[in-house]
Design a protein around this ligand. Structure first.
Ligand code: HT7
Ligand code: ZN
Length: 844
């Protein structure tokens, strides 16, 4: 397939002023009539043909200004030759037929559980009607529909049953339509200028009691965007619909967000604390898109990070404000390293703003989203809070109603702050995670930090210029007092020294505070220094980071050379675990050992070939050693962290549950799961119930509990996803392929539902030692399922293929096994463009 290039961008030759759509809904024969009011685009070369995108459409009628045209579409669209187009404005009308029921791709108009719904980002609208399906074509929409469904929704404000008018020009990817037998959980929000907005969350009958937390999150998001960014909502109504069959988390369609039901529905009995936090974050994320994405959208899909990076940055800050900034930052960095660093270090590495793609759906990645957010955090660190606020206000003023670019975004910062961002732009255009090496020196009261940056080669990018990297640093003296508070050093050269004068003694540096840049920091540091920072650092992120680095050093040494778990690490972790002045959520994070994939990543980066089985047993041994060390104190910790009374989804109570479960997991290594058994029986939330079940499965004592859990939750789709996932994640490495295979034969394994498919197949890939078992059985099983899913749902198949992206890390046998599976996938007849591109990039 042909690559699309950023360098080839041309504006669409016509402006689209207004779109009138009518849907006569039918499961297999929906008729869509579109009336598109065009005018020539003065910014484009005159006299061009008009190319409209269209896929899987049956064209029944085509006319221009009432005159029938006889052009025949091809497989990807329809061309109206320039000779048929008037010089001035004109109206093009089409009538097409589509079949939502047989649309299994969950892209375009499709059916889920008997309801009609749409997904148009990035290019689903072309499966609905012939259209210039590109984000820089923005138009006002009116929509009507003809259906018996009681609830009939589209974008904008309602003008009658099934009739909607959206006053805000929007690109087609933000179009949405829903029709179904749904019930609403409703509320209202009064905006800062006093306008009353109707809020509805539509769900299937029976689920209406599970929407309160999502609604509460929505109201808090609306308020936060007013208070923090001065952004007010701009329609009379805001609707959210929950659907069971959905490729991703949620979609920010104007005034009609559509959500994967797992990111809406929550009760204490059915949703975990992580689910609550995700619901809050994603509700906020989609709502925040109303300004960063919808009012200001992207000129083309290369600019995807313009809306996604910024909106992730905003939702992360919102969650921090709602919960704990320290804990949120640690969780975000853990996710960044697990997903983005992994991507950036392998064959799928690409720039935050890529310059070519084959299938845009393959670029909704951790790099665009999470690294995109980190880049904004760095920009803010460089220009300061005031500069950031000024720039954002200018961005909203200057680009409201436009389809913008990264150049526009950076220009706003330059104009608002007077800073030249030419060098900063490398963060958008260069792939790969920079490595920083830090050395230090102390003489006569002068402390010097020397920082060197290395920007590794990435696919298609061999040599790189140095970047501007904000490195937040603080200095502590040997008593643990902070002698230099956090200062942002600006690293702009390949190697640079920074001096701190007038110090009484050699300080202990705390470097990259708050994880001020998405880099890999390499610094020779002793276990004593790490333990010192874990005990004394005033920056909560670096305090945690010190403990993490200590654990990682120990674990890596254990994998490479074996041996006992050092007593100084055990003591350091014990101190934090029982320090009641610290947030329990923070203590739980410190107790959590680095994951197996993380260790494999670090071993590879350090020049070793990771052995998945050795990593698995070293990690388990370390857990066992920690359990033994804490043995006497665990029961009191577990008892003291009980959360009696009604369920509280807040961060404090959630933190206590997290620490309690971490302690129960260690306890299970000593009592064979007896305490977890009791915890499961007494559980009054899904967090506790599922957490205890996971612990029991982990120590091989969970079979009866898992069977009972299934019996209890048989009727709840979302809880059953958890059940499916847990069997695979907890399986012993040599049994995971067999267990996964058996689960795929379970009558409840509805593989066409992405949530259920992911629960089983993505869990296979996340069981590191099991996935990389030397037999290659898991690789084969994953490839079989990708091949099977691809013709049904290519987006999800392509996304899941990233499980193979780490192949270059492993030994020659595993590499050969994975490459053989990738080659087998590549050789499959009629493979989708999505999976073809991914497999091709991974094979190199
Ligand atoms: N902007 C959305 C990204 C998206 C998507 C969502 C659901 C299904 C398919 C999708 N393709 C792209 C979600 C977001 O980032 O907010
Ligand atoms: Zn988004």
């Amino acid at each position: 397939p042909q690559a699309i290039l950023l360098a080839d961008y041309q504006p669409f030759p016509f402006l689209l002023d207004h779109v009138a759509l009518h849907f006569k809904l039918h499961p297999t024969q929906t008729r869509v009539t579109a009336r598109l009011s065009f005018a020539p685009n003065p910014a484009a070369k005159p006299g061009q043909d008009m190319r409209l995108d269209g896929e899987n459409l049956i064209l029944h009628a085509l006319s221009l200004d009432g005159r029938t045209l006889a052009h025949t579409p091809d497989a990807t669209g329809l061309t109206i030759p320039a000779a048929d187009l008037p010089d001035g404005p004109f109206v093009l009308e089409t009538e097409v037929e589509i079949s939502p029921e047989t649309n299994t791709s969950l892209d375009g108009l499709y059916m889920s559980g008997g309801m009609y719904c749409t997904q148009c980002e990035a290019q689903g609208f072309r499966k609905i009607t012939y259209y210039p399906d590109r984000p820089d074509v923005m138009a006002r929409f009116d929509v009507t529909m003809d259906t018996d469904m009681p609830v009939q929704l589209s974008n904008g404000n309602p003008t009658g049953l099934g009739a909607w008018h959206d006053p805000w020009p929007k690109p087609a990817y933000l179009f949405a339509l829903v029709a179904g037998d749904l019930v609403a959980h409703s509320d209202t929000f009064t905006t800062m200028s006093g306008r009353k907005v109707a809020l509805n969350i539509y769900v299937r009958p029976g689920d209406e009691g599970k929407c309160a937390y999502a609604m509460d999150s929505l109201i808090r998001s609306m308020k936060w965007d007013e208070e923090v960014y001065g952004r007010e909502y701009d329609l009379d109504i805001f609707n959210i619909v929950a659907v069971d069959d959905f490729n991703m988390g949620a979609m920010e369609n104007k005034g009609l967000n559509i959500f994967n039901s797992k990111l809406v529905l929550a009760t204490p009995e059915t949703a975990t604390d992580d689910d609550y936090a995700r619901i809050e974050a994603v509700i906020a994320h989609e709502y925040f898109h109303n300004w960063t994405g919808n009012r200001i959208t992207c000129r083309d899909w290369f600019q995807l990070c313009l809306k996604e990076g910024l909106t992730v940055y905003r939702d992360q800050k919102f969650s921090g404000d709602m919960r704990s900034h320290a804990v949120k930052r640690i969780e975000d960095v853990l996710a960044l390293r697990a997903r983005q660093f992994r991507e950036d270090g392998g064959p799928l590495a690409h720039a935050v703003r890529p310059d070519s793609y084959v299938e845009i759906n393959n670029f909704y990645t951790a790099t665009i989203y999470e690294k995109g957010a980190e880049v904004i955090g760095m920009l803010r660190a460089l220009v300061g809070d005031e500069g950031y606020a000024k720039a954002l206000n200018l961005y909203f003023d200057r680009h409201d109603g436009q389809a913008a670019t990264i150049e526009d975004w950076l220009k706003v910062f330059e104009d608002a702050t007077g800073r030249d961002l030419t060098q900063f732009k490398h963060w958008y255009t260069q792939a790969g995670t920079p490595h920083l090496t830090v050395t230090d020196d102390f003489k006569d009261g002068l402390y010097t930090l020397t920082i060197e940056q290395k920007n590794p080669a990435a696919p298609g990018q061999a040599s790189k210029d140095p970047k501007v990297i904000p490195v937040a640093v603080g200095l502590l003296n040997s008593d643990g007092a902070e002698v230099v508070p956090t200062t942002v050093l600006e690293l702009t050269q390949e190697r640079q020294s920074f001096a701190f004068e007038g110090l009484a003694s050699r300080p202990v540096p705390s470097i990259l505070r708050g994880f001020s840049a998405p880099v890999i920091l390499e610094r020779e540091s002793s276990a004593e220094e790490r333990a010192f920072l874990l005990a004394h650092d005033t920056d909560p992120f670096n305090k945690w980071e010190a403990g993490r680095a200590l654990a990682k050093d120990v674990l890596m040494r254990k994998v490479i050379a074996g041996g006992d778990t050092p007593a100084d690490w055990l003591t350091a972790v014990e101190t934090v675990t029982f320090d009641e002045t610290l947030d329990p959520a923070f203590r739980a994070l410190t107790l959590r050992l680095p994951g197996e994939d993380d260790i494999a990543q670090s071993l590879h980066a350090a020049g070793h070939v990771p052995d998945p089985a050795a990593i698995h047993s070293a990690r388990r041994a370390m857990q066992g050693g920690l359990a033994g060390h804490l043995a006497k104190r665990l029961p009191a910790l577990i008892d003291g962290l009980q959360t009696p009374g009604p369920f509280d989804p807040g961060a404090v109570a959630a933190g206590r549950r997290a620490l309690r479960l971490a302690a129960l997991a260690l306890m299970a290594r000593l009592d064979g799961g007896a305490s977890a058994q009791v915890a499961m029986q007494n559980a009054n939330s899904m967090t506790e119930e599922l957490g205890a079940l996971a612990i029991l499965l982990d120590v091989g004592q969970g079979d009866d509990a898992a069977a009972a859990f299934r019996l209890k939750w048989q009727g709840d789709r979302l809880v059953m996803d958890k059940w499916f996932g847990l069997q695979v994640v907890s399986a012993a490495p040599d049994r995971v392929a067999q267990i996964t295979d058996a689960l795929t034969k379970d009558p409840d394994f509805d593989w066409k539902n992405p949530n259920r498919f992911r629960a089983v197949i993505a869990s296979l890939a996340s069981n590191h030692a099991g996935f990389h078992h030397a037999s290659g059985d898991s690789y084969r099983l994953l490839a079989d399922w990708l091949i099977k899913l691809d013709p049904v749902n290519p987006q999800t198949a392509a996304r899941m293929s990233t499980a193979f992206e780490t192949w270059p890390r492993y030994d020659a046998d595993r590499q050969a096994l994975i490459r053989a599976e990738l080659a087998r996938i590549a050789a499959t007849p009629n493979l989708s463009r999505n999976l073809t591109e991914m497999v091709g990039r991974m094979l190199g």
